[in-house]
Every structure is written in C-alpha cells, then in structure tokens.
Design a protein around this ligand. Structure first.
Ligand code: SAM
Length: 265
C-alpha cells in the first residue's frame, strides 16, 4: 500500500511500520468505526492505520513523538480526511483533558518498549476511554489476557482485567512490519468496565496488594503479603493464606484489597 512518504525507521522509538493490507483490514474490522465515534491514535507513524481510518471515518486525532514524521503525515493525510496531530510523548498527554467529557476510542500499533507504561497510563484515564484496540508484542497480549493458573498470569493480567474486559483478537507475524520486529505481535481489545462493576474501594491499595502478591509469586499469600495484609484478613476475604497469587481470580484480589488496611499517607 502507498503511504505517500517513507522515513527511515528509528529503533529508539520502537518504529516498526505496518505494511500488510490484510492485517490493517482485520484491525479496521475489529475496531469497526461507527458514526459519532471519536478516535485517538497513539503513534500514527507513516499512517498505516491512520489513513484507512480517516478514509472510513473522516476525522481523527493522533499523538506522535517523532518530529520528523509530523510534516509528511500532515501532507499525506489531506486526501484522506481531517487529521489533528499532537506532537508529544503520549505519556505526557492528559487523556481526561483530551476527552473533555466525551470519551473516545483509543487505537494504536504501540512502541513495544513502552507497552506497559502506556497501558497503565490509559488505565489511569479509563473513564475517558470507551475502548482500546492495540497492536502489541504477542507475549504481552498473552499476559494481559491470561487466566488464573496460567504460567503467564500475573500483575499485568490482574490489573488490566480488574478495570477492563480484555480480549486477545489475532496474531500478527513479524513480516507484516518494516523493519520486522524480532517477535510475534497480536491485536488486543480492552473495554473499560463501569466503576460499579470494578468494585475497588481504593485503587492505590489494590495496586499495592497485587504488586506484593506477584512480587514473590512462588511464595504463599501469607508470606508474599506479609507487609500489606495479614493472614486473618486473607481468611476474612474467604481465601486460604497458603494459596499462591497465581491461583486467585481477579475478584479475589478485589475482595482482599478492600479488606486490607489503608497504606500510610
Ligand atoms: N502506527 C504505525 C504503524 O502501524 O505502522 C507506527 C507504529 S510504530 C510500532 C510506533 C509509533 O509510535 C511510531 O510512529 C513512533 O514514532 C511512535 N512513538 C514512539 N514512542 C512514542 C511516544 N512516547 N509517544 C507517542 N508516539 C510514540
């Protein structure tokens, strides 16, 4: 497909440009733009997803850190629709301010070196986001969507699944990108849960409990949670203190955190 311009890829910015039309079409089908949707894209790069989305939808806002891409992106976007470009590190973008009370749909083929920070940044602003479709390292998507008992079930699985419905959609081979990454990729959908469904009393305490539980995943909960929650409270949450974090459901972590004492201020 023609992107209208081609800049050399910058490794430091995790640039692997998607070129397989079939993969782009599958992403569009998964995203399924509807009239009235508002889209924000992280890292438009050379426009692989941006331009087809503009063709379908007419307008979109994109956040790109690479200054060298801004001018060619703006110029090449003209025939496709109205592109609003924000030149920034996505980590410095306040999604709540960007939404201005109108939650948007977030999409992106993310720079893999920043996957986790971007995911947690999005979680911090979940109320401003309707849903997310991201291309990520397959290994990260596997961890995000993992179920209890799986070898890759961990902090990322619990933190994301507590706040969002997570669906792993499809795998993408390295050859779909230029230059090809060393690993397989996958597309994932995250839909933030309404706050009443999340049921977490104190997000900071929840994060502390989950971090401590998986910090030493081979230890029993009684030992791993020593600093944040004693055995009586684990029992009060209806959980055997001899179990390990990897065996707990997300709802168990929520109950446990809601019973844990508040951390010092
Ligand atoms: N969306 C394009 C595609 O699918 O071909 C590019 C994807 S490439 C994997 C990641 C993009 O994110 C690049 O355009 C890169 O410049 C941009 N990027 C990297 N770090 C960023 C950051 N901190 N904030 C915003 N964009 C960033």
């Amino acid at each position: 497909m023609t992107l209208g311009f081609r800049e050399p890829a910058k490794k430091s910015l995790g640039q692997h440009f998607l070129h397989e039309r079939g993969v782009i079409d599958k992403m569009l089908l998964a995203i399924s733009p509807k009239p009235g949707d508002r889209f924000v894209e992280i890292g438009p790069g050379q426009g692989a997803l941006t331009f087809p989305l503009l063709d379908r939808h007419g307008a979109l806002t994109a956040i790109e850190f690479d200054r060298d891409l801004l001018e060619p992106l703006t110029a090449a976007s003209k025939p496709h629709g109205a592109l609003t470009l924000i030149h920034s590190d996505v980590m410095n973008v306040d999604f709540t301010a960007l939404a201005a009370g109108e939650p948007f749909r977030l999409v992106g083929n993310l720079p893999y070196n920043l996957s986790s920070p971007i995911l947690f940044h999005a979680l911090d602003h979940a109320a401003s986001i309707r849903d997310m479709h991201f291309m990520l390292q397959k290994e990260v998507v596997d961890r995000m969507a993992a179920a209890p008992g799986s070898k890759v079930y961990g902090r990322l699985s619990v933190m994301l699944q507590a706040y969002c419905m997570v669906t792993s959609l499809f795998k993408v081979p390295p050859g779909a990108f230029r230059p090809p990454p060393k690993v397989d990729s996958a597309v994932v959908r995250l839909v933030p849960r309404p706050p009443e469904q999340v049921g977490i009393d104190d997000p900071r305490r929840f994060a502390d409990v989950v971090r401590a539980a998986f910090g030493q995943r081979r230890k029993t909960l009684r030992n791993a949670l020593g600093g944040v929650c004693d055995a009586d409270r684990i029992l009060a949450a209806g959980i055997d203190p001899q179990t390990r974090a990897e065996q707990l459901e997300v709802a168990d972590f929520v109950r446990l955190a809601n019973l844990a004492p508040a951390p010092p201020v």
